[in-house]
Design a protein around this ligand. Structure first.
Ligand code: NAG
Length: 304
């Protein structure tokens, strides 16, 4: 019986293991959330600990952190689930002319009626009750899961462009395999980077946290001033979310697409060598900004 169980388990792992372990996109979200976790204020940390670890379960296992729920929003966007309607909120189809490198993000043009990632960040943030009046743990609800996912998501340049469906329709060769540009930026480049440097996601997060404390400390000093969870534009979207969308969109033209110009679409060592450090910077920035976002949302929360 036991032998059978072991065999079945082995077959199960062989069949399904790779998909469970190497879920594309999960690593980036996890790392950004781990970075964010480091920069949480005492107030935000305490509130989040309570939210993610209901009474009675505390102490029985390591506390769940925001890294554990960072990819939840990807899991629930499948058709047939009650959150399937959120599916189209993971990206922005910009109506710019990225093919001629005229990248631009125009909030009223590209996110009318809040129908895009910028709008989703705005919507779920409004559900956090960031203002002191009426703020409570309960009001944070499921919406925390979306914010933890969507704030980093808007830092992925290929989630903020309509060119070739965010690069999904651009076939490339990367790391010896045929894939597409979107998949490379969503996860394959990070996976190669972790593998080449023999790092776990936690080790990478720790490295990014160190960089934020020295290499990037000047960049970072601006990021905690920009967060205002109440300031919306004429289109109804948060001003800061629209700024980030514009920044990510610009990065497509500056960093992601230009190196493809040779037409061969072989993402060679040169591409990797210039793209991988940028990917790390984007993840670190996404994580830090997520922390500032959550700290802001919880600033009126009672410490428990
Ligand atoms: C970080 O800040 C430095 C100094 O202001 C600047 O030169 C550099 O371009 C910034 N890095 C990024 C990736 O934005």
């Amino acid at each position: 019986m036991l032998r059978h169980a072991a065999l079945i388990a082995a077959v199960f792992i062989a069949l399904y293991g790779p998909h469970l372990v190497i879920a594309w996109g999960n690593d980036g979200h996890q790392i950004a959330a781990m970075v964010a976790d480091h920069f949480l204020s005492a107030r935000a940390r305490s509130a989040i600990d309570v939210l993610l670890n209901p009474k009675g379960k505390q102490g029985t296992r390591p506390l769940a952190t925001i890294a554990d729920i960072a990819s939840w929003a990807d899991g629930v966007k499948r058709p047939g689930t009650c959150w399937a309607w959120t599916r189209n909120y993971h990206y922005i189809d910009t109506n710019d002319d990225v093919a001629s490198y005229q990248c631009s993000y125009d909030d009223s043009r590209d996110c009318a009626y809040m129908q895009c990632l910028t709008g989703a960040i705005t919507f779920f943030t409004s559900k956090l009750s960031p203002h002191c009046a009426g703020s409570s743990s309960r009001s944070f609800g499921t919406h925390r899961f979306f914010i933890v996912h969507f704030v980093p998501e808007i830092h992925q340049p290929l989630h903020v462009t309509s060119r070739a469906r965010g690069g999904n329709d651009i076939p490339v060769r990367f790391d010896g395999r045929a894939t597409n540009l979107h998949a490379v930026w969503d996860g394959k480049m990070l996976l190669k980077s972790l593998r080449d440097r023999h790092q776990t996601t936690a080790e990478r997060a720790a490295e990014l946290i160190r960089h934020l404390g020295n290499l990037w400390v000047h960049n970072l000093s601006k990021w905690n001033l920009e967060i205002d969870l109440a300031m919306t534009n004429a289109n109804g979207n948060l001003v800061v979310a629209a700024q980030w969308a514009a920044e990510a969109n610009q990065r497509g033209c500056e960093a992601v697409f230009p190196l493809l110009d040779d037409g061969a679409h072989e993402l060679n060592h040169d591409y990797y060598a210039s793209a991988e450090p940028m990917l790390n910077f984007f993840l670190a920035q996404a994580g830090y900004r997520l922390a500032m976002w959550l700290n802001n949302a919880f600033e009126c929360q009672e410490v428990e």
